[in-house]
Design a protein around this ligand. Structure first.
Ligand SMILES: Cc1cc2nc3c(=O)[nH]c(=O)nc-3n(C[C@H](O)[C@H](O)[C@H](O)COP(=O)(O)O)c2cc1C
Length: 194
């Protein structure tokens, strides 16, 4: 039986509508990326956990694996000018790799309880200390205890639909070009190509 890829995509895509900014630091090197993989990692309200999935191709993956700490931020859609600040974070962290230069220098940050940088222009955040990892060949799925959290402003959470609609066309083209080698690397790590 052939796999119905259309049905798989229909079922799986868009399950997590909130883009999050993930930051971390290891031995003096701070970095961050955008992710659509974040989720709650447990049901115990007084001891929350968070999960994220990071692709091995990305520098942030290596830094979180090495440090065991990260901050996961929600971005704001409202009130004005929150959208502008949120898109600046999305484009700054999600469009290029920290391997090519310091992406966090342009943002206002402060160290959290783990030492990882909190983005002051975000809507809210949780800080995670990793308690478990799952090696997914192309990625690592991290499960972390929430050891810090904060609400930085009032406003609505930014969803990926309105974010894409407001992103400049040139940036989207650059993002899609950057995605090609990442996908190739993922296929190689899964043993799907040579
Ligand atoms: C909306 C959006 C969602 C993304 N989701 C993920 C994700 O879940 N996991 C991941 O590793 N990268 C994800 N990325 C890609 C990284 O953010 C991107 O490759 C980044 O440039 C990596 O930077 P780094 O090498 O400095 O870590 C996403 C990017 C965007 C724009």
């Amino acid at each position: 039986m052939t796999l119905d890829l259309k049905a798989a995509d229909y079922t799986l895509s868009g399950l997590r509508p909130f883009p999050v900014a993930v930051t971390t630091t290891h031995e003096g090197r701070s970095n961050g990326l955008m992710s659509l993989s974040a989720g709650s990692g447990g049901i115990v309200p007084e001891a929350p956990r968070v999960t994220i999935s990071l692709t091995k191709y990305n520098l942030t993956h290596d830094l979180v694996l090495a440090s065991g700490i990260f901050v996961m931020h929600l971005l704001a859609a409202t009130p004005e000018p929150a959208m502008e600040a949120s898109l600046k974070i999305l484009m700054g962290l999600g469009g290029s790799s920290g391997r090519d230069g310091d992406k966090l220098a342009q943002f206002d940050t402060e160290p959290g309880v783990t030492g990882a940088p909190i983005l002051r222009d975000a809507l809210s955040y949780v800080e995670g200390r990793v308690v478990g990892t799952l090696d997914g060949e192309e990625n690592t799925i991290f499960l972390a205890d929430v050891v810090g959290a904060g609400k930085l402003r009032d406003g609505e959470r930014l969803r990926i639909g309105p974010a894409w609609a407001n992103l400049p066309k040139e940036w989207i083209e650059q993002y899609e070009a950057n995605h090609v080698p990442q996908l190739e690397s993922a296929r190689r790590n899964r043993g799907l190509v040579d």
